[in-house]
Each structure stands twice: as C-alpha cells, then as structure tokens.
Design a protein around this ligand. Structure first.
Ligand SMILES: Nc1ncnc2c1ncn2[C@@H]1O[C@H](COP(=O)(O)OP(=O)(O)OP(=O)(O)O)[C@@H](O)[C@H]1O
Ligand SMILES: [Mg+2]
Length: 449
C-alpha cells in the first residue's frame, strides 16, 4: 500500500467499485481498491494510515469477517461498511462491535464523503498520537537512535518493521556510524528482548579462540580445554547473536557458521552432539560485502545467507542535518557526566560542526562533544575542516604525529601490496584499529593492490 492512500475500498462488483472510487476521488481522497477481502488484507497492517470502506456481501470472505480480521490487526482502524437490502441488523451489530459506520445502498455521494472524512481525520489523529508516544519512548531510552533526516526516519521505520521478525540481518556502515546501536535495537524491539543479546567481535579474536567461543567445547576437546564451555551461539539461543566485524571472520569459521545458519543447530567442539538453536543473527560489516573486490576472502555463500535483509547506515556526512541534534545530545550528556555546565558554543565550534567531514562518524562527533564540554576543543583550523593536515612547518605536534602515522600506514600498504593480513602483521595492530585508522586518514586500501 502507498503511504498516501487515504482509503482502501473493497467491493466485488466492478461497476459499483469504480463508481464509489470515483465519488471518493472527487471528494479529494486517494483510493486503493480491491475486488476481494483477501487481497485487501494483504495490503493492511497496524502501520496502515488509511481507513477501510467495504461492501458486506461478497463471495469468499465477506465484509463482516474482513472487519473482524482487521480488528485483530489494529482495533483503531476505522472500518465503514456498505450494506445492501436486509443487512441493516448485521450492520448495527457490527457498529456495536466497533465498526466506524455503515451506509445503506444506494447512498448519496456526500453522505459517503462526509463519514469518510471524519474517519480519515480520526485515523490521522490516532497515527499522530502513536508516533508522538513512540518518539517520547525512544528519547527516554538509554540508547536513542537520534536523527530526523529522511535517511534516519527511513532507517528507524525499517528497523521497526523487521525487528520482530526472525530474519537474519546484515548491518553495513562505516566506523562509528551506529551499527551496534542498530543491532541492539533490533534485539530490544523484538520479542526476543528477554533472551540474551550476545555480541562477538570476529576481528578481535585470534582464529584459534573464535571457534570455541562460538561453538563451545567439551572438556578435553583440545589442549587447554580443561572445562566444558557453552558457546556463544548456544548462549544466544532464544535471543540475538551479534557478529561484529563479520568481514574479519576466518574462512574456516565462515564455513561452520554457514552450516549453523542453514541448519539452526550447533555442535560443540569435541562432541558429536547436535543441539538445536533458536537464533536470530545480526552481523555487522564495515565494508561492502556485496562487492567482490572488497569482499576478498569472505565467502559469497555466507554473504548471501546473511543478506536476507541489509540495513545500510549512511555515513554522517550524508546526513549533515542531524549533526546539530546529535551534537547537542552528546554535549548535554558529557556535561552531565563531567558535572559541568554545558558551555555556550563558540563560532569556531559551529564552524567545525558545519565543515568537518566526520570520517569517524557519530563516534567522532560524540568525542568532539566531550572535548567541547571539557573546554579542550581546539579552534577549527582549515586543516581540521577538510580532514587533511598541512605539511608546512607550522603543524602542531599532534598534527605531525597524525601525519607520520598516515605515512607509516601507507608505506606498510605499499610494501605488502595492500594485503590486509600482512599489513596488519607488519604494523602489529588489531584489525579493527587498522580499519579505523584507514578511515581516519582517508586511505583506500584497494589503491595499493
Ligand atoms: N543515531 C545515533 N544516535 C545516538 N547515538 C548514536 C547514533 N549512532 C551512533 N551513536 C553512538 O555513537 C557511538 C558509535 O556507535 P556504534 O558503536 O554503534 O558504531 P559502529 O558502527 O558499531 O562502529 P564500529 O564500526 O567502529 O564498531 C556509540 O556511542 C553510539 O551510542
Ligand atoms: Mg561496532
């Protein structure tokens, strides 16, 4: 159903349906019509902003049964019944049961338009109230997903839609863009919320540890496995398993994970047990796994298995209108935490907010707000504004260190032909740190292959 539809009209009689539709359209309403109740039901949900006008006598599901079904979907959705000869008693009963109104055939056009207008207005108020209540709840939440740009509204709406389904979700977004926030909300907004939210960072653990973490093991399954251990997958059963930095999952583990996702069962290491798990997997990736060039050794089949639904979080620079809102939220929070008055903002801060490219996204903005709250934010320089550092002799020590770091990373990438694993080994830093630094310095690894 289209968002702007006001009325869903159901009548099996083609001529009558066409005439009624025309009447309603002339009265200024957007109408979607259906020839039977089944098809209309398919277009309806509690999120439907429209009202329903339906004939009572129809083959298959009749208007009264349709009304009963709609009540279970959303009791506040106004249903107007069109009645023929002899249906009046039924229609009156339906009104007792909560139908909005009934109109007896044949009816004058303005009688229909009038009742429809009131019903549409009532629906609008109900939807608005729900929206406000929900917004109030969300801002009370200790984990808000702040943002009013269309991109964020869309994201929130999508999360609401999919949260309570069991589909596996791939969350894609740059560093600090809010992937973990999204994963947590998918859990909290689902009926799994009383189960465990189990997060595993696939990039932070060595290959040898990750499998026993995920699958668990029996005592003695391998050297060092003294005690039996329940794996994170089993621990997440009934709840949500969050696989962070899935792009860093070792290939051998990917194969086993694929099996878990397909079979919904897990075998702890060192056992022949097969245990069923009731799992919802949310995976997060910083790179575009759909792109073979970026995917590298990430298995395509696992990508497709995870990619039932992909939630893409746009980088902050593509939703700049949210920056002031986010910033004031973080500033207030920081001031409270540091027990200080939130400072009034200098033009340098305003300028930085408006011109910086925020490669570290929301996290970088939150850190900046903390520095501002502490009075430590440096005045915005042209360098800070563009995210690059001038290489003249006037750079400060921190700027020169940044520059030097970027240089060392570029050199390591050149020496290792852009190979991630080798470059990370050469630099001796965790994979996550490596990707964060690439982002921060605006280095594109693929350029070095
Ligand atoms: N829309 C938002 N509203 C409020 N806070 C947000 C929002 N997006 C992100 N944050 C905050 O920004 C910080 C970074 O978010 P998060 O940890 O979810 O990012 P991430 O995408 O998982 O980053 P990384 O890729 O580095 O793991 C967190 O403190 C989070 O609470
Ligand atoms: Mg994260």
């Amino acid at each position: 159903m289209q968002d702007k539809t006001d009325i869903i009209l159901i009548d099996d009689d083609t001529d009558l349906r066409r005439a009624t539709r025309q009447t309603l359209e002339l009265a200024g309403f957007a109408v979607e019509d259906h020839a039977n109740a089944q098809s209309a039901l398919g277009a309806l949900s509690a999120a439907t902003p429209a009202i329903v006008v339906t004939d009572i006598r129809m083959p298959g599901m009749d208007g009264l049964e349709l009304f009963a079904r709609i009540k279970t979907i959303d009791p506040d959705l106004p249903v107007i019944l069109i009645t023929g000869h002899g249906d009046i008693t039924m229609a009156v009963q339906a009104m007792h049961d909560g139908a909005y109104d009934f109109i007896a055939k044949p009816f004058p056009a303005d009688r229909l338009a009038q009742t429809v207008r009131r019903a549409v207005e009532k629906r609008r108020l109900v939807m608005e109230n729900r929206f406000l209540r929900q917004a109030a709840e969300e801002s009370r939440d200790d984990l808000p997903l702040i943002g009013q740009t269309p991109a964020m509204e869309h994201l929130r709406q999508m999360l609401r839609q999919i949260a309570d389904t069991d589909v596996d979700v791939l969350v894609a977004g740059e560093t600090g863009s809010g992937k973990e926030v999204v994963a947590t909300l998918l859990h909290r907004w689902s009926r799994r919320k009383n189960g465990n939210f189990v997060a595993l960072n696939c990039g932070a653990l060595p290959e040898t540890v990750i499998e026993s973490e995920l699958f668990g093991h029996e005592a003695g399954a391998f050297t060092g496995a003294q005690k039996k251990r329940v794996g994170r997958i089993e621990h997440a059963s009934g709840g949500t398993l969050f696989l962070d930095e899935i792009e860093s999952m070792p290939v051998a583990t990917q194969v086993k994970m694929l099996r878990v996702l397909e079979m919904r069962e897990v075998s702890p290491l060192g056992t022949n047990d097969v245990r069923p798990v009731d799992l919802r997997v949310v995976a997060a990736a910083k790179i575009d796994l759909g792109n073979p060039a970026e995917r590298g050794d990430f298995r395509e089949d696992l990508y497709y298995r995870l990619n039932v639904v992909t939630v893409s979080i746009p980088p902050l620079r593509e939703r700049r209108a949210d920056i002031p809102l986010l910033f004031s939220h973080f500033l207030a929070r920081a001031a409270e935490r540091f027990k200080r008055e939130a400072p009034s903002l200098t033009s340098a801060v305003h300028q930085h907010l408006a011109s910086h490219s925020w490669p570290g996204n929301v996290r970088e903005l939150a850190h900046y707000a903390e520095r501002v709250a502490l009075g430590l934010a440096e005045p915005a320089t042209p360098a800070a504004a563009t995210g690059t550092i001038p290489s003249d002799g006037h750079a400060s020590l921190p700027e020169r260190m940044e520059q030097h770091e970027a240089e060392l990373i570029r050199t390591a990438l050149i020496e290792n032909e852009g190979d991630v694993r080798r470059t990370i080994e050469a630099l001796q830093i965790p994979r996550k740190t490596f990707y964060d630094k690439l982002q921060r310095h605006g280095i594109n690894r693929a350029d070095y292959e």
